[in-house]
Design a protein around this ligand. Structure first.
Ligand code: HH2
Length: 258
């Protein structure tokens, strides 16, 4: 899953593709590099970010979703807002990626009213507060319990199990140790039978491990995180650097093909 942020302030590539034409061109490039899905987002969820006016978010993402979908690219819409999810599915998006994990009943209703895939992500609280001393007794068990409960809510509303993907939400209300425990714990999360998505690309924990303060300079760490995620059982990795990740996964896949 390749990332296209149509935002002025994303932590990792803010401001690079904040007009629709350059966002579409970037998405096309990521597909050429081997991305199978393009995740389009118009609201940064980085720690401390504030909620954006919905109209502005929709104006950013809709043309990009529409154009890429029309070209036959599977598009995922990264939003916490039901109206935006609904409008983007209408514009052609085939996946709703909700970082608030379908906690909003209206978001569940949007999912139930269409046939899009859904990514259910775990986040502790809200982006503005999530990094204030996050605490868990057993992070893998608690995150897994939340994801399973939300999958049950979606299924109860009529969303078939085959449409659901779970994501432990690396960096969303987690310390370095929590993130590492979740990556090691992917096999435990995968036992529920839903595919697991991991978004570790360029995130802060990579900077904490390596000392690299600049997100764009975290390519090696990001590729390593994607390889580890897949080797632990993740089915989808959400990444900024598609070419390098696809190449690394191809080599790892060849080595392990026996
Ligand atoms: N991380 C971000 C945004 N959306 N969606 C899923 N399913 N999983 C993630 O880990 C995830 C996500 C990070 O947000 P942001 O600060 O906007 O940065 P970027 O989109 O450049 O990764």
């Amino acid at each position: 899953m390749g990332i296209v942020n149509v935002t002025p302030d994303s932590f990792s590539d803010g401001g690079l593709y904040d007009d629709p034409a350059s966002a579409v061109a970037w998405g096309e490039r990521l597909v050429a590099e081997g991305a199978r899905v393009i995740d389009v987002g118009g609201e940064s969820t980085r720690p401390g970010s504030s909620e954006l006016a919905e109209a502005e978010e929709l104006a950013r993402v809709r043309p990009v979703v529409k154009r890429l979908s029309a070209e036959g690219v599977p598009v995922s819409i990264d939003t916490r807002h039901p109206a935006i999810a609904g409008a983007c599915v209408e514009a052609g998006a085939s996946i709703i990626n909700d970082v608030s994990g379908f906690r909003d009943p209206e978001m569940v209703a949007v999912a139930a009213s269409c046939d899009a895939g859904v990514v259910v992500m775990h986040m502790l609280g809200e982006p503005s507060t999530m990094q204030r001393a996050p605490r868990y007794d057993d992070v893998v068990r608690e995150v897994g319990g939340f994801l399973l409960a939300q999958a049950a809510v979606l299924q109860g509303a009529g969303v078939a199990a085959e449409r659901i993907v779970l994501d432990p939400g690396i960096g969303f209300g987690k310390t370095l140790e929590h993130n590492l425990a979740l990556l090691r714990g992917i096999p435990e999360l995968a036992v529920y039978g839903f595919p697991i998505l991991i978004g570790a690309s360029r995130k802060r924990f990579i900077g904490e491990i390596t000392g690299e303060p600049e997100p764009r300079e975290r390519l090696g760490g990001s590729v390593s995180a994607a390889l580890e995620a897949v080797s632990h059982g993740a089915s989808v990795v959400r990444v900024h650097d598609v070419a390098a990740t696809v190449q690394a996964l191809a080599v790892a896949g060849a080595v392990n093909a026996e």
